[in-house]
Ligand binder design. Sequence first.
Ligand code: B4P
Length: 196
Amino acid sequence: MYNLILFGPPGSGKGTQSDLLIQHYGLLHLATGDLLRSEVSKKTTLGLEAQKYIDNGQLVPDEVVIGMIDSKLDEHKDSVKGIIFDGFPRTVEQAAALDKLLADRNTEIHQMVALEVSEDVLTQRLLQRGEVSGRSDDNLETITKRIVEYKSKTEPVANYYKERGKLSAINGVGAIEEIFNSIKSVLDTHLSSITQ
Ligand code: B4P
């Protein structure tokens, strides 16, 4: 099994690149943002709770997202050759919990790819997405709060994986295909070294 975390600030292109990566490598895509929005649209208890945080640009509480990932790992336990975690972990507590969830299933995180994009570009992209997405968090006020939340709670997660020798940083600005090729070259090098 090969498990990758695609990491980066809001609007850095995690979802965009995940779509290309799952097609190319046949990995399972677990995106906590998508999972939460699906709960919101179904108006489940979890969704109604999560909506308050998402609308306000805040992270949903750790126990909610960790529980959601735990049950997704059970759901797919026999059928996957690897997983792309998109938007998870977003706190150091989530990273430690993910290590444990994977260790309990005799696997681990092999690599984190972090997309680097400046704040100005992030804001522009999310405002532009807001014109068509209908997402409650794609407006200037919420985007600003999400970036603040990212810096204080999520950025330290990169260090967690750096200390474990698993972090690769990629320039997330440029053509989508060009960024995809940079990620692919990290993964191909890494995959060939772990399968040798
Ligand atoms: P997500 O849905 O994960 O958020 P995202 O950060 O908006 O998107 P992403 O980085 O995937 O950007 P995209 O490819 O769409 O999270 C939403 C909310 O859910 C969070 O704020 C939080 O409340 C909650 N949540 C999720 N996970 C959680 C967790 N683990 N713990 C707690 N709470 C959690 O790209 C953005 C835009 O840029 C798109 O329009 C795209 O077309 C464009 N774009 C992409 N690449 C481009 C490029 N190279 N050039 C130009 N434009 C590009």
